[in-house]
Structures are given as structure tokens and as C-alpha cells.
Design a protein around this ligand. Structure first.
Ligand code: MG
Ligand code: ZN
Length: 221
């Protein structure tokens, strides 16, 4: 017989992501430090393979004559991404998280201590490839850029609402593959805006460079 005294039976479980006080305090301190040194910080978030490193390379290539840029590359184990970005001729500080699947305010605070912030105008931080827990760990940048790729399928925005809500700019990558992936880019962009109406949405093909100027405009750089 059904237990009618179990009110939650058969209902979905929804857990709120509530930022701990300590987490947000660390982020606030990092942001204050960046601002005190006139540094604009951009946190680049996206799954493994979404094209974060390729996007950062394209941004650096177009912006390095106008800004003194440094990059922090978060990765679980390898230096592959850091080396790829360094080939663009800007300093890259690698953070190997040793298994941790996100950066946090404490790790980034230590990284900031190893940079000459007075010599930098623009700091781009490649977060660890993952769209789940970075949503709960702001690192203290002025801007969070969320990168989605059509190769991840049509439901990335609706499946990651917490991340979408925290992002200021959403970039949809690999739009040249949209037909092959049977992903409707307009629908994906609409999904992003339905979760976060104020967000800016830009479509790109990072490898060819298509749309990168639109990302720069959205970042107001
Ligand atoms: Mg990468
Ligand atoms: Zn994590």
C-alpha cells in the first residue's frame, strides 16, 4: 500500500546552490585586488572541448597590441593549454589543480600574488573544463564568460541554468558545425536568454575566427 505520509515521494529533488560566505568573501577580495591595480578580469567557463583555449588565443591575438594581457590557465594535470596560449606571446601562469575540477577564490588569490598586477590591464582566466561546480565558485573577476559549443548538443543552456545565470556573456562556439550536429543556434541562444534575459549572446566559430570581434564588443574591450 502506498505511504501517503511521504509527501516527497515521487517528486524531484532540487538543491539550491548557496554560495558559502567564505567563498564569496574570497571572490570579493580578489575583485578588490584587481580593481585596485586597474586590472580587468575575465573568467572563461566551459566544458572540456568547448573551445576555451582556442577562444582565448583568438582574443589575445586581437587584443595584445591594445592591452597588457596575462592569462591564468587552470587545468587538472596538463600544461597543453598554457603552452598553446603562450605561443601567442603573452605570459601564462598555469595552475594545475591536481584533480580539483574547478578554480576557487583561494587558488586564484595565490595566482594573483605571483603576477605583476601593475603591469597588466587585462587578465583572462581559463577555468577548469566543467560547467557544474565553477558556478558555485566565483573567483572574483568582473566578468564571467560562458562558452557553449553546439557539439555538446542542444540542451546545454537548459541543463546548466545556475551557470547561465551567473554569466555576463554567453558565447556559442562551433556554429559552423551546427547543421551536422542538428543544433538550432537560434534556439540555443533563446534558451540562454530565457534563463538569463540580461545576458549577451554571441555566436562564433573560434577556430576560423568568425565572430570573435563580436565577443570583444560584448566584453566591451
Ligand atoms: Mg582548454
Ligand atoms: Zn569542482
Amino acid at each position: 500500500m502506498a505511504d501517503t505520509n511521504a509527501p516527497d515521494r515521487g517528486r524531484d529533488i532540487v538543491i539550491d546552490v548557496d554560495l558559502s560566505k567564505r567563498t564569496s568573501e574570497l571572490a570579493d577580495k580578489n575583485l578588490a585586488l584587481l580593481k585596485a591595480h586597474g586590472v580587468r578580469g575575465i573568467d572563461v567557463l566551459g566544458s572540456v572541448g568547448s573551445g576555451k583555449t582556442t577562444l582565448i588565443k583568438q582574443l589575445v591575438r586581437r587584443l595584445k597590441d591594445r592591452y597588457a594581457i596575462a592569462v591564468i590557465a587552470g587545468d587538472i594535470t596538463t600544461r597543453i593549454d598554457a603552452d598553446r596560449i603562450e605561443a601567442e606571446g603573452v605570459p601564462v601562469l598555469q595552475i594545475q589543480t591536481g584533480g580539483a575540477c574547478h578554480l576557487d577564490g583561494e587558488i586564484v588569490r595565490r595566482a594573483l600574488g605571483r603576477l605583476d598586477l601593475d603591469a597588466i590591464d587585462l587578465l583572462i582566466i581559463e577555468n577548469v573544463g566543467n560547467l557544474i561546480c565553477p558556478a558555485a565558485f566565483p573567483i572574483g573577476t568582473q566578468t564571467r564568460l560562458l562558452l557553449l559549443s553546439v557539439t555538446e548538443g542542444p540542451y546545454m543552456a537548459v541543463k546548466h541554468p545556475v551557470m547561465v545565470r551567473q554569466a555576463d556573456v554567453a558565447v556559442i562556439n562551433k556554429v559552423d558545425l551546427a547543421d551536422a550536429m542538428e543544433v538550432d543556434v537560434t534556439q540555443l541562444a533563446d534558451d540562454v536568454r530565457s534563463v538569463h534575459p540580461q545576458i549577451k549572446v554571441v555566436s562564433i566559430a573560434a577556430r576560423s575566427g568568425e565572430g570573435i570581434d563580436g565577443v570583444i564588443a560584448a566584453l566591451e574591450l
